[in-house]
Structures are given as C-alpha cells and as structure tokens.
Ligand binder design. Sequence first.
Ligand SMILES: Cc1cc2nc3c(=O)[nH]c(=O)nc-3n(C[C@H](O)[C@H](O)[C@H](O)COP(=O)(O)OP(=O)(O)OC[C@H]3O[C@@H](n4cnc5c(N)ncnc54)[C@H](O)[C@@H]3O)c2cc1C
Length: 308
Amino acid sequence: MTTFPNPRGKLSKKRALNDLTWLRVGGQADYLFQPADKEDLQGFLRDLPEGVPVFPMGVGSNLIVRDGGLRAVVIRLGRGFNSISVDGNTVTAGAAALDAHVARKAADAGVDLTFLRTIPGSIGGAVRMNAGCYGSYTADVLRKATIVTRQGEVLNLTPEDLNFRYRQSDLPEGAVLISATFEGPSGDPEELHARMTAQLQKRDETQPTKDRSAGSTFRNPAGFSSTGRTDDVHDLKAWKVIDDAGMRGASLGGAQMSKKHSNFLINTGTATAADLEGLGEKVRKKVYETSGITLEWEIMRVGDPLTE
Ligand SMILES: Cc1cc2nc3c(=O)[nH]c(=O)nc-3n(C[C@H](O)[C@H](O)[C@H](O)COP(=O)(O)OP(=O)(O)OC[C@H]3O[C@@H](n4cnc5c(N)ncnc54)[C@H](O)[C@@H]3O)c2cc1C
C-alpha cells in the first residue's frame, strides 16, 4: 500500500473533478491535492512515492476529464499561488492567478498584456498551452517560469527550455508551474482597458461565451504562425472545415458543436465526457472524409473512460 505524505494543504481522496472543469464533466481523481504554499508542494512531491503519477490542473478551461476519472494525484493551486506584482514592464504572477486578473493589473500599471484578458484560464495553463489570441501569445511575453519538479525541487526555466509551439510547451513530466514572469510593452492604462472591453465584447458577439465549453476544440490546421516560426502557421480555420463538413450544430447525447461557433464543443447540460469526446471524434472523421484534413484536438482529454 502506498503511504502518502501528510501535507499542510488539503488532500482529498476520490474527489470528483466535474465541478472543477469548465465543461462540468468527468469522474474522480484518486486524490486531489491543494497545497498551502510552495514549501508544502515541494515537501509533498518529494515524499510522494516515485511511481505515483501527478497531474497538475489549472481552472480546467481546456480539459475534458473522462467519466472514469484520473488515476493520479491531481494538483490544483489556489491561494498561496495567486499573487501578482508589477515592477516597471515586468509582471510576475503566481500560476493560480487568473489570466484576466493579470491582464487587468498589468493594464493598471501601463503594461500591455491585454491578450490575456479574454482567456478564461490560469497562468499555469497559459504557459503550458502557450495560450494566445488577437495575434499575441504567451511565448511572446514570457521571460521566466518557475516550477516544482516531480522530485520537489524548485527550478527556473527559460522560454528556450519551454520550447513553445502552437498551443504547446514542454514541461518535465509531473512538474508543477508555480509562477511566471512576463515583460509587456508599455501602454496607456485607459487605452489598454478600453481595448480589453472591446475584446470582451467581440468574444460575446462571436463565441458561445455563456455556454459550457473549453474554448476551441481543435487546433487550426497546420499549414501556416502563431509564434512566427515556419512550422507554425495556422491560418486555415478549424471552424471553416467543420462548417464545410456540415457539422455546425451536430450533437451527440448532451454534447453539441455550437451553432454560434462551430469549433466550440458545448455541454448543453446533460453531456458526459464520452458524449463530448465522441462528438469530437465524429467531427474529425467527417472533416477527414470531406476535406482530407486531420483535425488535432486542442482540448486536452485526460483520464479513463467508464468501463461497464
Ligand atoms: C470560452 C473559452 C475561450 C477560450 N479562448 C481561448 C483563446 O482565445 N486562446 C487560448 O489559447 N485558449 C483559449 N481557451 C482555452 C483555455 O482557456 C486555455 O488553454 C488556458 O490557457 C487553459 O488554462 P487552465 O488554467 O484552464 O488550464 P487547464 O485546462 O486546467 O489545463 C490545461 C493544461 O495545462 C496544464 N496546467 C495547468 N496548470 C498547470 C500548472 N500550474 N503546472 C503545470 N501544468 C499546468 C494542465 O496539466 C493541462 O495540460 C478558451 C477556453 C474557453 C472555455
């Protein structure tokens, strides 16, 4: 039997994850650990037996947790990891800080991280996913990321270490991002706030922001850049190929491809993770049949399906 460390933070056994994800689906994690602070996280990981898998999660805005749950210790950062400080054009934020809060605080200080305002995730998720929109990406502004390794060591990573790509970066297996330092261009606070208001409005007009979704379901097909690299140009839109395949509004159980934006997979209220993933796979198949394009998931799917 595995002996678990006894941390100061909250360790819950067989904890349902559905209420911790935007799509509101998913089974239980074997354990959910919410560390009190950095030292608590370090000690927990150091003392956790080697073979036990660790899955760090943010606020679950890019996740489908499958119905059978996750055979891992899920680590979710909260208070203790959500500070935001600004020094000149440098902004340092804890991994649990929400992107929107970081963007607002930066704008107050005349630093332009406005693109983060409409992304509903946390800083940990933004770094891991190289989150971006409106032509700017986390990779453009990140200067340093601090992690706690699976062995409990604190390490500082450079952007090169993270190897940013379109909606991806590399982290050592089981490592938990605890903070990130960004450098943004200067801007007039009032103008920055006005831009963010306009971006929020644009989102509401074009995306199902009031529905339960995980944002874009599939990456825009490769071909063409989000980080400016030649291997990373994505100007063929996933929504367009989904529309062309006739899958806008398609449904399976309680899952639906949004009628408002066809690359948004939504839980209409009764969806299971299997409905959502199954519908996504149906869309991929249909798109392949009609256009020869293989769509790649942007939403991360983790955990086990339910077995009979
Ligand atoms: C309505 C809506 C709109 C969206 N629009 C955009 C958009 O415009 N652009 C965009 O890029 N994304 C968008 N997204 C997707 C999502 O918000 C981003 O991918 C976000 O960065 C995910 O952050 P999160 O905290 O929710 O991470 P989660 O979904 O919880 O996790 C995502 C990944 O990050 C890892 N991770 C999270 N925190 C940590 C940590 N502390 N340490 C190590 N790994 C970690 C997880 O292991 C997982 O692999 C949208 C989502 C929604 C629901």
